[in-house]
Write a protein that binds this ligand. Structure first.
Ligand code: PLP
Length: 413
């Protein structure tokens, strides 16, 4: 059959099958209007019109596919959902208003009162609060365990365990989970294995290939990549996503068309950005290890990282986030952070601009002192989300931090 572009203004979905994530990032999921725009279209409309009352009824009744109302159907949002689903190798995605909304929607849709969750201690602080404080109010009990200790996961299983939840690598300590082992445990106990893939993105890691049932993203991070918008997405099989979609339609933590459009543009450059983040992070981690004022560097790309070999098997790069402890406590960590001039002091990560954070008082500040100790969030810990600036310029800026620490040590500050 001759391929005629006038009939196929978009690449047919079947042609995209088997294509690399680099291609899918640019090509998958686009919806083209009659204007034949080359870039993704944005549909800032709350509702859609029908040809007749009967058509409206058919749409609402689910007999006819099509747009209804942007809380649950919007073409720009759908384009983003299709693209990220293709990149992760999942059947369907449901976009949400934030990464936290993605986690909430997953739990509200797939759990019920009386269910039990096992969650790694090394998750984003707010994820911990969501499970511990809010889902507990609705009868979902959560046990927190060490990410890399399988015996803790096994010991935590109960007859009512319905979900295992992880991030890998973790925020901020870069621990790496053995996804195949955890998915085996989940399967054996009829539980879902949910992976927050925010740190790696599908460019570096595809959790479905390692047994995940559901993947979650804070799109706010690398998917956007330039720190512009807040959003999230859940990806998984149609059966599960229909439930998540039903929750979204009823509760409304919807992604806006504008944010979806920003994420679509962000995805196009995700593969090249991720490689640049990885290169810079590995170089900086190695450099930081050689600094006298540093106690320990947490980065899975370092050969002495306890899960370095596992990370090499599961990931095609080690990611852009690293953490390190400075000798001392909170004062030293703050002095280090405050001495930098170019690197942004902010809690976001996954931005092309390098950011520096004190997790104990920001992202993980709401954890109790005991939970912080358990999660390894010490007062002398500093997190860097390494951007794509020239690595030598990053070193120059961080060197200011080391000089400040030296002055502090000598009592000249
Ligand atoms: C790993 C991870 N998951 C989820 C979230 C929550 O995402 P959002 O801020 O988009 O709600 C974050 C935020 O920092 C995160 O780091």
């Amino acid at each position: 059959m001759t391929y005629r572009r006038e009939e196929h203004v978009l690449i047919p979905e079947s042609d995209l099958e088997g294509m690399s994530v680099d291609t899918l990032a640019v090509r998958a999921g686009q919806i083209r209007t009659g204007q034949l725009e080359h870039s993704d279209a944005i549909f800032p409309t709350s509702s859609f019109v029908y040809g007749s009352a009967a058509q409206a009824a058919a749409r609402f009744g689910g007999e006819e596919p099509g747009n209804i109302y942007s809380r649950f159907t919007n073409p720009t949002v759908q384009a983003f959902e299709s693209r990220i689903a293709a990149m992760e190798g999942g059947e369907r995605a449901v976009a949400t208003s934030s990464g936290m909304a993605a986690i909430l929607a997953t739990c509200m849709a797939l759990l019920k009162a009386g269910d039990h969750v096992i969650c790694s201690r090394g998750v984003f602080g707010t994820t911990n609060v969501l499970f511990q404080k809010y889902l507990a109010k609705f009868g979902v009990d959560t046990t927190f365990v060490g990410l890399t200790d399988m015996s803790q996961w096994q010991a935590a299983v109960r007859p009512e365990t319905r979900m295992l939840f992880i991030e890998t690598p973790t925020n901020p300590l870069c621990e790496v989970a053995d996804m195949e082992a955890l998915s085996g445990l989940a399967r054996a106990n009829d539980a879902l294995f949910v992976v927050d893939n925010c740190f790696c993105t599908p460019v570096l890691q595809r959790p479905f290939e390692h047994g995940a049932d559901v993947i979650i993203h804070s799109a706010t991070k690398y998917l956007d990549g330039q720190g512009r918008c807040v959003g999230g997405v859940v990806i998984g099989p149609n059966t599960l996503m229909e439930e998540v979609y039903g929750f979204l339609r009823s509760a409304g933590p919807t992604l806006s068309p504008f944010n979806a459009w920003v994420f679509l543009e962000g995805l196009e450059t995700l593969p090249i950005r991720m490689r640049a983040h990885c290169d810079n992070a590995l170089e900086l981690a190695t450099w930081l290890e050689g600094q006298g004022a540093v106690d320990h560097v947490f980065y899975a790309g370092l050969p002495d990282h306890p899960q370095h070999e596992l990370a090499k098997r599961q990931q095609s790069g080690f990611g852009g986030v690293l953490s390190f402890t400075v000798k001392g406590g909170r004062e030293e960590a703050w002095a280090f952070i405050d001495a930098t001039r170019m690197i942004s002091i902010t809690a976001n990560l996954g931005d092309v601009k390098t950011t520096i954070t004190h997790p104990a008082t920001t992202t993980h500040g709401r954890l109790s002192p005991e939970d912080k100790v358990q999660a390894g969030i010490t007062e002398n810990l500093v997190r860097i989300s390494v951007g794509i600036e020239a690595v030598e310029d990053l070193k120059t800026d961080l060197q200011r931090g080391f000089e400040a620490l030296e002055n502090y040590r000598q009592g000249t500050v």
